[in-house]
Each structure stands twice: as C-alpha cells, then as structure tokens.
Design a protein around this ligand. Structure first.
Ligand code: TA6
Length: 299
C-alpha cells in the first residue's frame, strides 16, 4: 500500500493533500474554492464530492469496508473489465478488479479556472493477468470544480484485440429515492435484472423507484437528470463514450443481504451508472484507446 509520504511531492499546498483515510488507506483530499472531494488510491475511488455551498453529491454507505481486498461501497466504483457477474467465471470478482486495485497517482494539477485535476494509472500485472489474460493500461482523470468530470481511459497494450465492459458506477445521495424521478431514458430499451433479465421498454414517463430497481439501459447516449424534490435539487449526468446507463436501487431485501450496506440506507441513494455493458460490450484493437466520461452537475 502506497505511503502518503511518498506522495507529498505531488501535493498542491492548501488545496490538494494526501493523508491516511478510512482503514488507513491513502486518500487524496481536495478543498478548493470550487468544491471538496476525496479520492482513495484504492480503486481510484471517488468517495466524496461537494461543490462549495451545495449538499454532498455522492452517497457513501456507513457500513462500507475500507480494505485492500474489498470494494468501497458508495461513491464512484470503477468497473473494468467486466460488469456484474463474469459470465462463465463464477469465481471471478463481481464488476472486475479495477475497483479493488491499488492505483498510482500520475499527476495532480490546478487549471487556470481553479479546477483540480487528478490523474490515476493502473497497468496489467501478474495479478490481473491471473484473472484476465490481456495487457492494458487504464488512466482515470478526475476534474474537481463546480462539476465533477470523470474520464476512464482504457488502452489495449496487448498484441491482440480484447473485449471489455466498463462503468462509472456512481452512487448519488438523494433525500428519498421514492420521491425522485429520473428523466432521459424515456422509451429506452432495458434489461431488467430484477425480472430474469427480461428485455423491456421504459414508457414515456420518468423512472420512479417503487421497488428494487436494476435496469441496464442499452444503446443510449442520453443525459439523465435526477429530480430530487426533497432536497430540493436536480442532479445532471451527461456522458460521452458510453452507450449503457444503469439505474439501481437495492430496496429492502437486497439492502439487508449486503453486509457492507445498512438495511435502512436504500432510500438515501440512487445509482445512475455511466457504462458500456451487455449488448454495448466494447472491442478494442491492439494499441487503441477508449474513453468513458461522465460530467456530473447539481442545480
Ligand atoms: O449496477 C447494479 C449492480 O450490477 C447490481 O446488480 C448490484 O449487484 C450492484 O451492481 C452492486 O454490485 P456490488 O458488486 O458492488 O455489490
């Protein structure tokens, strides 16, 4: 595990510093005139984003683990190279290995507009090759300003093409998921993971959460807006390089089944995930790069 002392040289005094976070995991803390954010090197995991003067944007479970071999529950888990359970490999970790890997800090800077940009890097090694035989480089740029811009870049450094799925699996804080309505996916086709992977079509109405909801919307590049009247606020998720949007709330039973998620936490969160999964699985030729980006703003 990286010691924070070796990262001191990258710090921006008074704005961006490294310190031991939960579980003594190395964490980048950003406090700028524009926003606050926390990013763990474990999984390059953004766990906190709060524009100055606004409420926190990301949900974090109070029961989350912070351990080198476990994913953090909440914030923005990075999903690569497969989404959900890996077909044909029941022993493989759900959602791949990027979120439980120790990422390297590549750079930390502040642009002319006061936006802090942190870049993280993860390359294939014997641990990843034991799970997935291909060679790759991941670069993850987190731009922290009044908006949060997340860009996951995948480069194929193998001599042959590979196929992969990826996701920015973002957990948003909401006042009560049952009061929210999400627009942008009207009339879109989705796979309903709560109903035997049935293919369905979202009607003309916004998505409302009235039960466990786990919908993989395919072939959509649309911007989604979560209207949360209880705060009140609107969360906007624009995206590029992504053809899949996943909408998830575990509701009561699934929440009780997750050890790292409080039984009564489900009303306070809603996942709007920026992904390429299922029918939108990507194939990357040798030497080529793909970027998946989400731009998150609140109003
Ligand atoms: O994105 C929704 C989902 O695939 C759900 O099916 C649920 O499994 C969720 O991800 C969380 O997965 P995790 O492996 O983090 O418990």
């Amino acid at each position: 595990m990286k010691s924070v002392s070796s990262l001191r040289r990258l710090e921006i005094p008074g704005i961006a510093t490294f310190e031991p976070g939960e579980g003594d995991l190395a964490r980048l803390t950003v406090r700028s005139p524009l926003a606050e954010a926390h990013i763990y090197l474990h999984g390059a995991h953004v766990t906190h984003f709060q524009p100055q003067g606004k409420a926190p944007v990301l949900f974090m479970s109070q029961r989350s683990l912070f351990a080198a071999d476990k994913p953090i529950r909440g914030g923005v888990p990075l999903i690569f190279p497969w989404f959900g359970a890996r077909s044909g490999h029941p022993e493989s970790p759900a959602h791949g290995f990027a979120r439980t890997s120790e990422w390297q800090v590549e750079s930390l800077s502040e642009d002319g507009d006061g936006v802090v940009v942190a870049a993280f890097h993860l390359a294939s090694d014997e641990r990843t090759r034991a799970l997935w035989s291909y060679d790759f480089e991941l670069r993850y740029r987190v731009a922290i300003g009044r908006t949060l811009t997340l860009t996951l870049e995948v480069k194929n450094t193998s001599p042959e093409p590979f196929t992969f799925e990826d996701a920015l699996h973002t957990y948003f804080t909401v006042s009560d998921a049952r009061q929210t309505s999400t627009t942008g996916l009207e009339n879109a086709e989705y796979v309903d993971k709560t109903d035997a992977q049935q293919r369905k079509t979202q009607g003309p109405d916004p998505i409302r959460i009235t039960a466990e909801t786990d919908r993989v919307f395919e072939n959509t590049r649309k911007t989604c807006i979560v209207d949360d009247p209880g705060l009140p606020r609107k969360i906007t998720v624009e995206k590029s390089g992504s053809q899949t949007t996943v909408v998830w709330n575990p509701w009561i039973a699934k929440s009780a089944a997750m050890a790292d998620f409080g039984d009564d936490e489900w009303p306070q969160m809603l996942c709007i995930e920026t992904a390429n999964a299922g029918a939108n699985t990507l194939t990357l030729p040798p030497g080529k790069t793909h970027s998946t980006r989400a731009v998150i703003s609140v109003s």
